[in-house]
Design a binder for this molecule. Structure first.
Ligand code: PAF
Length: 276
């Protein structure tokens, strides 16, 4: 695997690969790579001739500077971890990507106004800014994103539509730790005790399936989260899987999912579950 640090080298490499008629897969990441990322990269490997993985902690998608400062950065280990599966890792500096502060403003409509969009003002605008640039520089046939960040995928689908980007957006299932916790780079910030406790998030979501209707599911999840010391619920929403707007009954939409965000100590974790 080759490591590329500049946009000029990235676009030159993409031009060369495309001139050879090869298909390109892109897996955008912020590093601190884990088995969840590896599942995306392995899928990209199967479905494309050449695989690019971007590793960039994007400052403009953090609405909390402390979170940005504490975000794990493990580039050397990441490069080793994915070396057998990816062809190129694009690992630029912040100055390379943002020589000046970006000023683009997107409106992704209703899908960005709820949940993460409401809780983290500016977050999805920052995601849109970086993902658009990565897609335009890499011009992938397919780009792969994990469904833990389900709302992010909805926003990126809106981005590619609005910007006439031709890449196919491929959603990939959540990969879980043996204890059920959704894999996330943020899990590295948990103490071993918090890591075990955090498994309750998935357990509670799974148990909420037994509730007979949406108000009962909501009450159940909120009450169960409140019982766990060190847990603080940010939100639990039950929503249409396409519009991401709240539903009040399972019959209100063809697909219905639950979306939860919980602080475990200071670490903010998100997860989701499909009810139908
Ligand atoms: O999901 C992530 O890791 C990031 O939001 C992404 C898509 C790499 C953009 O920085």
């Amino acid at each position: 695997m080759f490591v590329i640090n500049t946009i000029a080298e990235l676009t030159k490499t993409v031009d060369k690969v495309k001139a050879q008629g090869k298909t390109v897969g892109l897996v955008p990441t912020m590093g601190a790579l884990h088995e969840g990322h590896l599942s995306l990269i392995k899928r990209a490997r199967k479905e494309n001739d050449v695989v690019f993985v971007s590793i960039f902690v994007n400052p403009v998608q953090f609405n909390n500077q402390d979170d940005l400062r504490k975000y794990p950065r493990t580039l050397d280990r990441d490069v080793e971890f994915i070396g057998d599966y990816a062809d190129y890792a694009f690992a630029p500096s912040v100055e390379e990507i943002f020589p000046v502060q970006p000023s683009e403003k997107y409106d992704f409509g209703p899908v960005e106004k709820v949940m993460e969009g409401a809780a983290r003002p500016g977050h999805f605008n920052g995601v849109g800014i970086i993902v658009r640039r990565l897609l335009e520089w890499t011009r992938p046939d397919k780009a792969y994103f994990g469904e833990k960040d389900y709302q992010q995928i909805a926003v990126i689908r809106e981005l590619v539509l609005q910007c006439n980007i031709q890449s196919e957006i491929v959603p990939c299932p959540i990969v879980r730790e043996p204890n059920g916790l959704a894999m996330s780079s943020r899990n590295r910030r948990l103490t071993p005790e918090q890591f075990e406790k955090a498994a309750n998030i998935h357990r509670i979501l799974e148990e909420s399936r037994k509730c007979v209707d949406v108000p009962q599911m909501k009450a159940f999840v909120e009450a169960e989260i409140a019982k766990i010391p060190e847990f603080q619920l940010d939100y639990f929403e039950i929503a249409d899987d396409k519009t991401l707007q709240t539903v009040h009954a399972l019959a209100d939409a063809d697909g219905v999912m639950g979306f939860v965000t919980v602080y475990v100590g200071e670490v903010r974790l998100i997860d989701n579950i499909r009810y139908k």
